[in-house]
Design a protein around this ligand. Sequence first.
Ligand SMILES: NC(=O)C1=CN([C@@H]2O[C@H](COP(=O)(O)OP(=O)(O)OC[C@H]3O[C@@H](n4cnc5c(N)ncnc54)[C@H](O)[C@@H]3O)[C@@H](O)[C@H]2O)C=CC1
Ligand SMILES: O=C(O)C(=O)Cc1ccc(O)cc1
Length: 366
Amino acid sequence: MRKLTFGFIGIGLIGGSIAKAIRRVLPESTIIVYNRRESSRTLALNDGTANIATDKVDSTFSQCDYIFLCTPVEKNVEYLSILKKIINDNCIITDVGSVKTNIHQAVNAIGLEEHFIGGHPMAGSEKTGYENANDRLVENAYYPLTPTNKVEQKYVDELTKIVKMIGAIPIRISYEEHDKVVAAISHLPHLIAASLVNLVKHNDSKEEYMKTLAAGGFKDITRIASSSPEMWEQICMTNTKNISIMLDKYIHDLKDIKSSLDNKRGSDINALITESRDYRDNIEEHNNSIIPRSYRIYCNIIDESGAIATIATILATSGVSIKNIGIVHNREFEDGVLKISFYDQDSADRAVEMLERHKYDIVKRQ
Ligand SMILES: NC(=O)C1=CN([C@@H]2O[C@H](COP(=O)(O)OP(=O)(O)OC[C@H]3O[C@@H](n4cnc5c(N)ncnc54)[C@H](O)[C@@H]3O)[C@@H](O)[C@H]2O)C=CC1
Ligand SMILES: O=C(O)C(=O)Cc1ccc(O)cc1
């Protein structure tokens, strides 16, 4: 890989994570960041991610081979006209926005097609900001790329290689198709999560029993209701038509469910959950066959304070780095079990060995 200069407009959760990942895998590269908030710029300089940080998008970015637009989707579009006056002839602008049609249309309108490859890492969380960024965030995640035939293939190949180097899985798709897909699997679910939380809020009693008793299932399905309002307003205002079409279908399905309830058709409910369970169970199997397996183990623990800390300490003292750790409650593990993810198979194997040596019960799973 040639020595590259990368620019980042916005180093929040996603921009910050990609910049950190590039610093890790291409340590010789130059990284220039612009961010509205000064504290993130300082953090990125201090932790060695950025070589240069600017408080405006200016000619410093003319050195860039790649510029990642990583602000909310309507804002990303605003930077295109500024960048058009700055970039060099060989620069590729890419973005990480959750919606692709709006930016492709803008790119088209201002004549930047040869310089643009749309992108969208399918990883992230409800958290925001550089403080939550990490260099492994996009690892094992699909990363749709939406180049048009106006951009030279050598750039598509190189960006694809960079996406692979940071551990993500590039997948080429048209921007129109992309926006239909994400309306169904990401944008509508965020609206459903938010509306479900508000439904509970608006129907809770003054004792707040609903809020108090809300259990794992409610929390699982509504985690994303804590996402950034500004980011999601912009997503919904740009992928409006696709989301609205899916929402119509969903309202239709909800009405069917209500009719099954009102008419006491238990077999309909049974069929609903049987169908969803089969499909849902298949999502992970399907992913496992394409994405490298996530290196995880499951361990039974006694439900008492300090139990997780003890395991974390055993692994830390054995030199095993934990990627993620948390209790899962689902029908597969009736009483709850600790799920621990690692960065590689060796770490997972070593963790099993160490925990079994300490008499922990590792749950065998296909
Ligand atoms: N959060 C997620 O899980 C994912 C988000 N995305 C996309 O990534 C992009 C960035 O999102 P996050 O990093 O999650 O958000 P974030 O809130 O963590 O970061 C947003 C960045 O944009 C900057 N920003 C916000 N408003 C701005 C404005 N008006 N002018 C200039 N800069 C502004 C912020 O200073 C920050 O650097 C969005 O386009 C989003 O659609 C893509 C995949 C996943
Ligand atoms: O937190 C989650 O599970 C998400 O769904 C994160 C996310 C948010 C926006 C995207 O465009 C892609 C992924």
